[in-house]
Design a binder for this molecule. Structure first.
Ligand code: CU
Length: 125
């Protein structure tokens, strides 16, 4: 195989590896645990992903998620939490509050951007 084809192949493999890392590993490291009190409040920075991307909530208590969107990239302008029937527009460089009712079921509830590219999880236990 000629050298240029090998280089193109290696470049392609590197791009695939990076994309997988970016979407499936990089954004999932931080886990936040909601603070005590009747209302559980958590701030999530939205900038190329959700930080933290995993949020632990106590079952049976209401929660308030404050999405602090610090970018104008159209990717993150919409927030979807399918299990809760929530679809919300997040204005750029603003904080948007999303209330989660105390009735939310135990388990993992994903939230994503409108295209399903950015991902986070609410872990209710
Ligand atoms: Cu997106």
């Amino acid at each position: 195989m000629p050298v240029d084809k090998i280089l193109v192949l290696l470049g392609g493999l590197a791009a695939i590896a990076w994309i997988n890392w970016y979407f499936f590993v990089a954004g999932r490291r931080r886990v936040a645990v909601a603070a005590g009190g009747a209302l559980q409040e958590i701030e999530i920075i939205v900038a190329g992903g959700y930080d933290p991307s995993a949020i632990r909530l106590a079952h049976g208590r209401p929660a308030r998620l404050v999405f602090d969107r610090r970018e104008t990239s159209s990717c993150s302008e919409e927030l979807v939490i399918p299990d809760l029937g929530i679809r919300r527009f997040l204005p750029a460089n603003e904080r948007t509050t999303v209330d989660v009712p105390a009735t939310v079921e135990r388990g993992t509830h994903e939230f994503t951007c409108g295209m399903g590219m950015l991902r986070g999880r609410l872990i209710v236990e």
